[in-house]
Design a protein around this ligand. Structure first.
Ligand SMILES: C[S@@+](CC[C@H](N)C(=O)[O-])C[C@H]1O[C@@H](n2cnc3c(N)ncnc32)[C@H](O)[C@@H]1O
Length: 268
C-alpha cells in the first residue's frame, strides 16, 4: 500500500471510530436528558441542569467521557492526521493569531497538544503557554511531549469543566479549537475565560459550522450550537466579536475581545 493510501485509510478508520464513539456519547446524553430530567442542583441551589436551558449545565459529562483515561496514541492519530481541517491548516491558523515572543497564551481543550506545541515555539522562551484540558490522560501526555522536546515554556493544567483554573488577568490570548461544543458549562467557562484574560486580551474560537440542511447528521447531533448562537453566547459573557481572521471550510474561526465599559475600563 502506498503512503498516501495508507494515510487515507488511517484517516477514514480514525474518523469512523470517532463518529461511532461520538454517536454513543450523543445517545447517552439524550438518555440522560430524557430519563433523568433536572439534576439535584449546584451547591449554591441553582439547578445544574434545567430542560429550558436556564441551568448552568447544557451537556452531560458523556460528551467528554471518551477523553478520560483515553488511549492518547489513538487520539493523536485522530487529531493530528491529514484530512482534519484544523490539522491541515494549523500553520495558517497559528500565523493568523499573530503571536509575539513573550505573550502568554492558553490553549483551552488542548487535547494531544497539537496547538500548544506550536504556540510554545511562537511565543519563545520569554512567553508561556498553558495547555489546559479536563482529561488527565491528555495532560500527562502533553507533559511528556514537552519534556521529550525540551519545551520549557509549556505549562500543562488540568482544569475542571467549569473553570480554566488560571490566575486572574494573566493571559493575552485564549485559543480553543473544536472544544466549545464540548463545554458542559459554557456560561461558567466563558465567565472564567473572561476573568483570566488581561483587559486587552483576545479569545480565539474555532469550531464546526452547524447548518441545518447542510451539515452532516453527525455534526447536527454532536455539535450543540452553530456559529450565530456561539457568537450570541460569547457576547452575552462580556465579549465583542472582533474579526474572523481566516476563512475555513468545516469550521469558523472567530476572535473576540473583552468588552470595555463606557468608561473604558474592563467591562466585568
Ligand atoms: C475535540 S477535542 C479538541 C482537541 C484540540 N483542541 C485539537 O483541536 O486537536 C476537545 C478537547 O476539549 C477538552 N475539553 C472538554 N471540555 C473542556 C473544558 N471545559 N475545559 C478544558 N478542556 C475541555 C477535551 O478533553 C478534549 O481534549
Amino acid at each position: 500500500m502506498c503512503a498516501a493510501s495508507l494515510a487515507d485509510s488511517i484517516e477514514r478508520y480514525a474518523a469512523r471510530r470517532l463518529c461511532r464513539r461520538c454517536w454513543w456519547a450523543v445517545c447517552l446524553a439524550g438518555l440522560l436528558v430524557l430519563g433523568q430530567g433536572p439534576c439535584a442542583g449546584a451547591p449554591d441551589g441553582t439547578p445544574e441542569w434545567a430542560p429550558d436551558g436556564s441551568g448552568e449545565r447544557v451537556l452531560g459529562p458523556e460528551i467528554n467521557a471518551y477523553y478520560h483515561g483515553a488511549d492518547v496514541g489513538r487520539w493523536r492519530q485522530t487529531f493530528e492526521s491529514p484530512g482534519r481541517e484544523v490539522f491541515d491548516r494549523r500553520v495558517e491558523i497559528v500565523r493568523a493569531l499573530g503571536l509575539q515572543p513573550g505573550m502568554v497564551v492558553a490553549d483551552v481543550g488542548a487535547g494531544t497538544g497539537l496547538y500548544s506545541m506550536l504556540f510554545a515555539h511562537a511565543v519563545g522562551p520569554t512567553g508561556r503557554v498553558y495547555a489546559v484540558d479536563i482529561s488527565a490522560s491528555f495532560i500527562e501526555a502533553i507533559s511528556a511531549r514537552a519534556a521529550d522536546y525540551q519545551v520549557d515554556n509549556l505549562v500543562p493544567v488540568r482544569n475542571d469543566p467549569r473553570s480554566v483554573q488560571l490566575p486572574e488577568a494573566s493571559v493575552d490570548l485564549i485559543f480553543s479549537a473544536d472544544t466549545y461544543h464540548h463545554f458542559e458549562f459554557p456560561r461558567a467557562m466563558l465567565a472564567s475565560i473572561h476573568r483570566v484574560l488581561r483587559p486587552n486580551g483576545v479569545l480565539a474560537l474555532i469550531d464546526f459550522h452547524r447548518i441545518p440542511g447542510i451539515s452532516s447528521p453527525w455534526i447536527m447531533g454532536h455539535v450543540r450550537a452553530g456559529r450565530e448562537q456561539v457568537i450570541a453566547e460569547v457576547e452575552a459573557a462580556g465579549f465583542e466579536l472582533w474579526d474572523e481572521p481566516l476563512t475555513l471550510q468545516s469550521n469558523y474561526f472567530l476572535r473576540f475581545r473583552k468588552r470595555l465599559s463606557a468608561s473604558g475600563t474592563d467591562g466585568d
